[in-house]
Design a protein around this ligand. Structure first.
Ligand code: URA
Length: 284
């Protein structure tokens, strides 16, 4: 991957200090990261996090009717990668319109009581990239669109650095669809509860089936653990290409964590490069 002036500006906007090749012929620096798992401490620990993943995995596994088998092939830590439909929401046969309506009318968990509106997802319906975040925040709850607050600005900058946007039209190869594991805002932006993740999982599963993205970028541990059905810490999930039904899944930090810990942006950039190079290497 080579960088144009705009991408260099974007990388600087992400807060990254760049080493750029001199105009003289010299070895090109590789922006690609090592594939070895990172050993840094897990970010976004969250006060109510311990044990959450353990409760989530079996709950997701034990529910609903079968969906096409999706198994990670390269991740030693990840179990079969399936988001199973929950009894409360049989989304498996819905088209985009019906799915959006089902999400809007969902009352399967307590979050429906406190939400202003559901946040379905946004972007090109044939986008090659799917970005999965955690849950709507206050701004998203108000506007009904994912990642429109401060972390959304950083996400957009990250996408632009890769030449991507969330526009609903244009070249699908340059488009990202953005969705969350939860479609409703948890009160006071608290962490998602296992039951909420379980109830909402079929919606994201159906979005994946309808979109058929060529690559999935999971941002933050809730997205990564829900998609990969694991309780492994984020630091262990980063730096490798997981598989979900043959589709590559790359894990990176959540943008809100990057806002709190800007020193980690270089690692996030490495994750984006891993995703981009993985996608480039896929057969057409
Ligand atoms: N954080 C998320 O994970 N998703 C959003 O939509 C906004 C903030």
């Amino acid at each position: 991957m080579s960088w144009n002036d705009r991408q260099v500006q974007m990388l600087r906007a992400m807060g990254l200090r760049l080493w750029l090749p001199s105009p003289e012929p010299s070895p090109e620096p590789s922006p690609e990261p090592a594939l070895a798992p990172s050993s840094h401490p897990e970010p976004e620990p969250g006060p109510d996090a311990p044990g959450r993943g353990e409760a989530l995995a079996p709950a997701l596994a034990a529910r609903g009717r079968p969906v096409p088998p999706t198994r990670p092939t390269t991740a030693p830590v990840a179990a079969p990668t399936v988001l199973q439909p929950a009894a409360a929401a049989d989304a498996g046969a819905l088209d985009w319109t019906a799915l959006r309506q089902a999400v809007a009318g969902c009352r399967a968990c307590g979050l429906c009581e406190s939400r202003t509106q559901t946040v379905f997802g946004t972007g090109h319906l044939q986008a090659h990239w799917l970005i999965v975040g955690e849950a709507p925040g206050a701004e998203e709850d108000k506007r009904g669109e994912p990642f429109v607050g401060a972390s959304g600005q950083l996400l957009d900058t990250m996408l632009q650095t890769l030449g991507l946007s969330r526009d609903a039209d244009g070249d699908p190869a340059k488009r990202a669809y953005i969705a969350n594991t939860l479609k409703c805002r948890p009160p006071s932006n608290r962490n998602p509860l296992p039951a909420e993740l379980q109830q909402c999982a079929p919606f994201l599963q159906r979005q994946i089936e309808l979109l058929q993205p060529r690559i999935i970028l999971a941002m933050g541990r809730y997205a990564a653990q829900a998609l990969l059905r694991t309780d492994a810490p984020l630091g262990q999930l980063r730096g490798q290409v997981h598989r979900m039904g043959g589709r590559p899944v790359v894990v990176t930090y959540h943008p809100s964590y990057l806002l709190r810990s800007p020193g980690e942006k270089a690692k996030a950039w490495a994750d984006l490069c891993l995703a981009a190079s993985t996608l480039e290497a896929l057969p057409p």
